[in-house]
Write a protein of this length. Structure first.
Length: 254
């Protein structure tokens, strides 16, 4: 029997104390279903602290990343209020273990989602799209983990920042995405790297969220996945992601 709540508490403690831990998979065999059960318990720890669920995030939306991890589907994690980074609430480096930044695209839901949607339907259930930065910060030593480990750890979620909300365009293909640290380019990609089309990632989010019991309510945010590999923030003080036609997201590190 896998001690789901005990492992969730251990991961939460690692996040709150900035003390990385060993992978569960090195000493235990557990399933993806177990991993999502642990993730739910982990998020409940945050909810118990007063941080409501405000969205979801997609992982493995790169076909190359799926192949690297030996999987044939994406993964999904959850976003809570305390993960939102703004000008008033910057990223605090001392509250992280080994943070990395990824360039992403975000959607805002215009209605509750109660059934999986296809790529042709999803543009009708969002009322905003934005450039975004996701901060990932694995709670495992050396940022190494199995598929089950990373899902249990809420897909390494740590924080995110959004650019200005824009009207939803007819298409999101071929948008250049550039990430900079203190004004120097560290990553360049295009929106096509996000499952060939960010709307495909959004459709996958509706399927996976409902499959794993994650809420998708009006006003919630969906991070569609990264267009490049994640980069260690290091000593950077400012992270920016510019997306063609969607403006720039930025965050400060203190």
């Amino acid at each position: 029997m896998i001690p789901h709540k005990q492992w969730a508490k251990a991961l939460h403690q690692s996040a709150r104390t900035q003390q990385p831990r060993d992978q569960f998979s090195t000493q235990n065999t557990y399933t993806l279903k177990d991993a999502y059960t642990i993730q739910h318990a982990l998020i409940q720890e945050r909810v118990n602290e007063g941080h409501n669920i405000i969205g979801v995030k997609m992982g493995f939306t790169s076909l190359a990343k799926m192949k690297q991890m030996g999987v044939d589907d994406m993964i999904i994690g959850q976003l809570t209020q305390d993960m939102r980074i703004t000008s008033e609430t910057p990223l605090v480096r001392s509250q992280c273990i080994h943070p990395r930044a990824e360039p992403e695209i975000a959607f805002r839901l215009s209605q509750d989602i109660t059934s999986p949607l296809n790529v042709d339907e999803v543009s009708h259930v969002v009322d905003g799209v934005a450039s975004a930065i996701e901060i990932i910060d694995s709670r495992y030593e050396n940022f190494k983990f199995s598929l089950e480990d990373v899902v249990a750890d809420n897909c390494s979620s740590c924080g995110f920042a959004l650019g200005p909300w824009c009207e939803v365009p007819l298409g999101l293909n071929g948008l250049d995405m550039v990430q900079t640290f203190d004004g120097s380019t560290v990553a360049e990609g295009t929106s096509d790297a996000i499952l060939d089309n960010p709307f495909e990632a959004l459709a996958a989010a509706t399927r996976l969220a409902l499959q794993h019991g994650l809420p998708l309510k009006k006003g919630m945010i969906v991070l569609a996945g990264a267009s490049t590999a994640a980069h260690f923030i290091g000593d950077a003080k400012k992270v920016e992601v510019a997306v063609d036609g969607l403006g720039t997201a930025y965050l400060e590190v203190v």
